[in-house]
Design a binder for this molecule. Structure first.
Ligand code: SF4
Length: 385
């Protein structure tokens, strides 16, 4: 299984963000850390998690790098006490430029973190202002350099492309500049206007000149070929890594692994004996979450049950995001038939069109097929009868 820890606080709410993040002038870190530990202890005693080992741990947010190192250290100590983490576990932390320094970097490493994901987002001053990031381009570059100087090898950089008026050439210059920093990993996501965000409201009032579909597709395909050529092949639609440096935690999501999630708004998932799955999501508001945990209650606000057919469709939808696709044998042993046989009605037309490709071992999207990933997924998700 995987373990996810959500840290929901941010210094400023970016207008495009639809994550569960909340701005607090001075978060009560002691109280939040105590709630995390209490929830973790409670969940580890539940039958679906009890006695299992975790291969990865991920501190995501929000902005986990705003938290004192003690939050990370106390979660780690709890997991050690319960002997939950595998000896070679990948332990990742999301860090934002502007909220990390040498002491924190050293403290996280001493606590057991061995992978950083740094939210650089852009190295263009005007774009960073538009995104309302709290850091400059120079601080983004300096954060990666500082992590390297402090001995971190497994450092990922997160970038956003497809901003208003951004040309392919401008994106090419940016990515090339960041490649020079030699991170181990890249996550490059196209800006999307998410419903309910300030960006969506502004865009509805006066539309931004965002790249159209063909331009965005051109940016994605160029990114994939340029990074592959330079030694960071894609292992997922938007994620790229040096050999052996793929994020095992995120890859676990796409492989449909179970994940125990704790924290305000955290979403977890576990398999059921009948082949279905349960998904739960915690109360999103940090104060409500802490109060519920302090009262000894289950902090989940929602719980959804998927039957075996629905779970199989989800596993295909997620697995097709991986460059290696879905391995037929484990899928068949879990769901009774390989993906192409189980979802023949949805997948065969895409196979004939060259969007999906298959051999005896796997089924996956072709490089051009990546652009139609959402349409393929929609067909699979409706083919559950
Ligand atoms: S820093 Fe990240 S989580 Fe926080 S508001 Fe910005 S995009 Fe959202």
């Amino acid at each position: 299984m995987l373990i996810y820890v959500h840290v929901p606080f941010c210094a400023h709410k970016c207008p495009y963000c639809d994550f569960n993040s909340h701005v607090r002038r001075a978060p009560d870190w002691r109280r939040y850390t105590a709630a995390l530990i209490a929830e973790l202890e409670w969940r580890l005693a539940q039958p679906q998690w009890h006695g299992r080992q975790a291969t990865t741990l991920y501190f995501g947010g929000g902005t986990p790098s705003l938290a004192p190192v003690a939050l990370v250290a106390e979660v780690m100590a709890t997991l050690m006490r319960h002997r939950v983490l595998a000896d070679d576990a990948e332990v990742s932390l999301e860090a934002n430029p502007g909220s990390l320094d040498g002491d924190k970097l050293d403290g996280w490493r001493a606590a057991g973190v061995n992978r950083l994901s740094i939210g650089v987002q852009s190295v263009d001053a005007a774009q960073l202002r538009w995104l309302e990031r709290i850091h400059s381009a120079e601080e983004g570059v300096a954060a990666v350099a500082l992590a390297h100087a402090r001995g971190w090898e497994n450092v990922g950089v997160d970038l956003i492309y497809g901003l208003p008026n951004q040309s392919l050439a401008q994106w090419q210059r940016q990515l090339t500049a960041v490649m020079a920093l030699q991170p181990a990993h890249f996550s490059c996501y196209q800006l999307t206007v998410e419903e309910g965000t300030p960006l969506a409201r502004r865009h509805a009032a006066a539309p931004y000149p965002l790249p159209h579909q063909e331009q965005a597709a051109e940016m994605l395909l160029w990114t994939r070929s340029a990074l592959a050529e330079a030694g960071w092949p894609a292992y997922e639609v938007s994620n790229y890594a040096r050999a052996g440096m793929a994020c095992r935690h995120n890859d676990g999501y796409w492989r449909y692994a179970d994940y125990l999630a704790i924290g305000a708004g955290a979403c977890g998932k576990y398999d059921c004996p009948d082949g279905g799955v349960v998904r739960y999501s915690n109360l999103r508001h940090p104060e409500s979450y802490m109060a519920r945990v302090e009262q000894g209650g289950d902090p989940a606000a929602e719980r959804e049950r998927r039957n075996r057919c629905e779970a199989a469709a989800e596993a295909v939808w997620l697995g097709l995001r991986r460059s290696d696709g879905i391995a037929n044998a484990p899928f068949a042993s879990r769901f009774g038939a390989a993906p192409l046989a189980r979802f023949a009605r949805a997948l065969q037309p895409w196979l004939r069109r060259g969007v999906v490709t298959a051999d005896a071992e796997t089924v996956r999207l072709t490089e051009q097929g990546l652009l139609l990933a959402d349409a393929v997924a929609a067909d699979v998700l409706t083919d559950v009868a």
